[in-house]
Design a protein around this ligand. Sequence first.
Ligand SMILES: Cc1cc2nc3c(=O)[nH]c(=O)nc-3n(C[C@H](O)[C@H](O)[C@H](O)COP(=O)(O)OP(=O)(O)OC[C@H]3O[C@@H](n4cnc5c(N)ncnc54)[C@H](O)[C@@H]3O)c2cc1C
Length: 476
Amino acid sequence: MNSVAIIGGGITGLTAAFRLRQKNIPVTVYEASPRVGGVIQTLRQGGYLAEFGPNSILETSPLIGALIRDVGLEHRRWYSDPRAENRYIVRGGKPVLLPGSPFAFLLTPLFSPAAKLRLLAEPFIHRSAEAREESLADFVTRRIGTEFLDYAINPFVAGVYAGDPHRLSVKHAFPKLYALEQKYGSLILGQVLGARERRRRAEVSKDRAKKLSFDDGLQVLTDTLGERLSDALRLNTPVGRFQQAPDGWKVVLRPGGSEEIHDHVAVVYAGPAHRLPEIELSANRYLNWSPLSQIHYPPVASVVLGFRREVVAHPLDGFGMLIPEVERFNILGTLFSSSLFPNRAPEGHVTLTSYIGGTRHPDLALQSPEELVRLTLEDLKVILGVSGEPLFTYTTLFPKAIPQYEVGYGRFKNLMNDIEEKVPGFFLAGNYRFGISLGDSIVSGHQVADKVSDYLRRAIKDGTMSPCDVSCALTA
Ligand SMILES: Cc1cc2nc3c(=O)[nH]c(=O)nc-3n(C[C@H](O)[C@H](O)[C@H](O)COP(=O)(O)OP(=O)(O)OC[C@H]3O[C@@H](n4cnc5c(N)ncnc54)[C@H](O)[C@@H]3O)c2cc1C
């Protein structure tokens, strides 16, 4: 009985493996590094809790709650403090509350009266031709004007993608926004009319979705998935080559310089897209996957700082703050981590998590840990009124952090579809396909498990695979 090979033990690969197991399909997870979790990593030290990468999951799909339930973690799941819903955008060097209602929007100093009036014209602006691929910046400027680009979209995109709206494709990076214009001809009308459709799909819009983590941080989820899959996990095992075989796939491993070959009925690649071209492919059909190395993944550094409460003047009554590029600071934004979830800092202390780099300032992310802390402190002093030194510091560099769905990304998506079509039994899943968030990655892992089990059932039915090659349970 051969298993399905899952390459990559991040949240996507672990979700796919866990779901396949639930379907009685055997799996083997090959992970290049010594630990599971990928970019999810949590450290608890001296009463502070530092998330190196992601901080929370937005519960946008019922599949996220289902995974947490099935893995047995509902009792350890924490939703963020409802008092931490406030979001700040920096304008004129100071955090300004992002308006949360139409009335607050009318009164906010974040946007000028002219920018607010400009919004009234939005429903009357023509939709763009479907064939023309626009950058997010062009799309937003055309529909709602430059001030919203500078003080709403630019900081939002820095917070989500660490990206640049002038380079991101509205069609590929924000498909729901793009679809609103295509379907309703207006973002404002679409927001109102689309609510019914979202309810029907049991989908929650990102601005209304609940944020969650776990009592000991996000790593609780990947560690627990890793424990559930421990007998199927191979750590420190980078995959070097895939070879198509008459009855499935041979996966060639290169642990510590030696070579091992394993037979598998199917392969799921759940590593980063830019690393796939490092893996050799011998398949029956010619395929060139080297273009995937061109997907832009800018570097991002996270800087977690712990302070005594009294040295931070700002009330920290919210989720965090985002910084527009036009404000010319070093950091992209800061999460008020200890306001979001309890126990992220010792009593009387606070934890702030800032991000540096991205497409905006790639060079800054590559600075030394001391310099990253200095650059962050320089900004936090001005914006949040920090007047003392941090008692806890932790910096992490992600040299290739998040895939940017830039204008022209369609050619990469087409290539991924082509790979799955031309080489049966080979699947691609991860944050480079259907969205970059943790929620998107969980959904991607779940969906690829469904695709693999459908493929195996079909192969058994067609007689190209014998039932107990995979799992006798599949024929039941
Ligand atoms: C700094 C940062 C902050 C973020 N913040 C948030 C947030 O707050 N909320 C949110 O929703 N999302 C956030 N994201 C995005 C989200 O965390 C990621 O998109 C998601 O975790 C990706 O998971 P993955 O499993 O697809 O990939 P990864 O986590 O990258 O895992 C891929 C795994 O594949 C392994 N691998 C690579 N090559 C091979 C090989 N040849 N053989 C075997 N294994 C291999 C790697 O070692 C790695 O473990 C953030 C991302 C970053 C970088």
